[in-house]
Write a protein that binds this ligand. Structure first.
Ligand code: NI
Length: 137
């Protein structure tokens, strides 16, 4: 965590986007169309509601999706938080000094307007995602 981080979303591993999204929609959230993310091999949808944190649902595309491991171990569960940064490399450099380990290198993510994203893990924080983006995404 760096002082300049801006919160973007919480990511929830789900078995079925439709089953989970329906519960949020009943609570007043708006659900985006599902988007296939080839990097993580998942289908993603965004749930938004004014004044509430944005929620990302990630469901496995097939048995090779990494998110299956999370679902097998924990069931449906929030498993990452995402923050906007100005520059991914600079943020990663600082976080490595703080014992964060890179889980996936920066790559363009179709689910977030082709912004560059990467994942890091710290045993006292868990999994975080960084997105290099203008603040208006
Ligand atoms: Ni995410």
């Amino acid at each position: 965590m760096l002082e300049s981080f801006m919160f973007h979303h919480i990511g929830i591993a789900v078995k079925s986007i439709d089953d989970t999204a329906a519960i949020y929609v009943a609570g007043g959230y708006t659900c985006s169309e599902a988007i296939f993310d080839p990097i993580q091999n998942v289908n993603i949808c965004w749930l938004t509601k004014e004044g509430m944190p944005t929620v990302e649902l990630l469901a496995p595309q097939d048995e090779h999706s990494p998110v299956n491991r999370i679902l097998e171990k924990n069931g449906v569960i929030p498993y990452h938080t995402c923050y906007i940064v100005d520059n991914v490399e600079d943020a990663v450099k600082e976080l490595r000094k703080m014992k964060y380990v890179m889980v996936s290198k920066p790559e363009e993510a179709v689910a977030i307007n082709n912004c560059r994203v990467c994942f890091l893990f710290n045993k006292n924080i868990g999994l975080i995602e960084l997105v290099e983006a203008p603040a208006n995404i």
